[in-house]
Design a protein around this ligand. Structure first.
Ligand SMILES: NC(=O)c1ccc[n+]([C@@H]2O[C@H](COP(=O)([O-])OP(=O)(O)OC[C@H]3O[C@@H](n4cnc5c(N)ncnc54)[C@H](OP(=O)(O)O)[C@@H]3O)[C@@H](O)[C@H]2O)c1
Length: 306
């Protein structure tokens, strides 16, 4: 049976993906909710404990898909994780980076890694949010040291989010270029679900935004999808994610094997990478700086051990 390890499966479209996958896969979902394996992405020690639990549960069995879907957006960049890093960067990128590094040795040949990004990572599809200026892990972890930091807290919070989603795309690209993963046909893809209203994502934002987010998530939001090609239903996003996890859709058609896949009008598309996402220097530096911030020794810098 296909074994899937996942974050962000407790609510939103991730929960829909879980329901679609449940029949055919053995799912190990990490979450703060009691029903799942305990995982708080705001604490690197919790990520290490989760990885150890997965190892114990699976023994000699191997993981067929690793899905990093959990994510948050905050009204500012003032929150700090248990490890002292800016919360959005810590939860959306650094914790997932550590989890990937810890579980890479447990991946089966041909395994798939799916990282949920957002179209807001790219100025071309930014949805009006502050777009990423860089992917410097040290500055994202400590935005108070960033000379270009947005003075408006709301914009600083948006930048933390969109930059963390640029990190997801860069991490997918970095994984795809690793020779040992290529030789084992292990693929990585950053998944942009488009705008998916009615999920829990807006829970920390201002009340008017929260209300709009849930109203557009009801049938009242349907007309929006006619005018806005980037908008998708929760069901469509959940099914697309499940397809990417399995590597094919319900008709058996293989899903694209590109670093970035976006859901547009309910269909998977392969957009160009943004200018920053194409930068080799950003990708390589993010990989090594993330390893240092996550407490991974430089000897393991190529991702073959935890
Ligand atoms: N909705 C959109 O329009 C949209 C657009 C682009 C990208 N995305 C991305 O899609 C992903 C899913 O978002 P969603 O819209 O479905 O929102 P959601 O309903 O809020 O789902 C977020 C998931 O992340 C989990 N999570 C958050 N903080 C966590 C932590 N510290 N430790 C462990 N798990 C944590 C949540 O678990 P709990 O149940 O414990 O909170 C939940 O399962 C996110 O990465 C988001 O950035 C969403």
């Amino acid at each position: 049976m296909t074994i899937v390890v996942m974050t962000g499966g407790s609510s939103g479209f991730g929960a829909i993906a879980v329901r679609h996958l449940a029949a055919d896969t053995r799912l190990l979902v990490g979450a703060r909710a009691a029903a799942d394996l305990p995982l708080d992405l705001g604490r690197l020690d919790s990520v290490r404990e989760f990885a150890a639990t997965v190892r114990r549960r699976l023994g000699d069995e191997r993981i067929d898909a690793l899905v990093l879907n959990a994510g948050i957006i905050r009204p500012d960049a003032d929150g700090r994780s248990a490890d002292g890093y800016e919360t959005t960067f810590a939860v959306n990128h650094l914790a997932h980076y550590l989890l990937i590094r810890l579980l890479l040795p447990m991946l089966a040949d041909g395994a798939r890694i799916v990282l949920t990004t957002s179209g807001t990572y790219d100025p071309a599809t930014g949805a009006g949010l502050a777009t990423p200026r860089h992917a410097d892990a040290d500055l994202l972890a400590h935005p108070d040291r960033d000379p270009g930091r947005e003075s408006d807290p709301k914009l600083a919070g948006q930048h933390a989010y969109t930059a963390s989603k640029l990190c997801a795309v860069l991490t997918a690209c970095a994984l795809l270029e690793q020779p040992d993963l290529r030789s084992r046909d292990i693929t990585a893809v950053a998944f942009d679900p488009g705008q998916v209203f009615g999920t829990g994502l807006a829970r920390d934002l201002a009340v008017p935004l929260r209300i709009a987010w849930s109203v557009f998530g009801t049938p009242l939001g349907a007309p929006l999808r006619w005018f806005q090609p980037t908008t998708n239903t929760r069901a469509a996003a959940g099914i697309a994610m499940a397809d990417l996890v399995l590597g094919h859709d319900s008709t058996g058609k293989p899903t694209p094997r590109t670093p970035l896949v976006a859901l547009r009008r309910g269909r998977l598309a392969c957009p160009e990478l943004s200018e920053l996402a194409r930068r080799d220097d950003l990708r390589q530096r993010l990989w090594s700086d993330s390893a240092r911030l996550a407490g991974i020794g430089s000897a393991a810098a190529h991702g073959v051990s935890g």
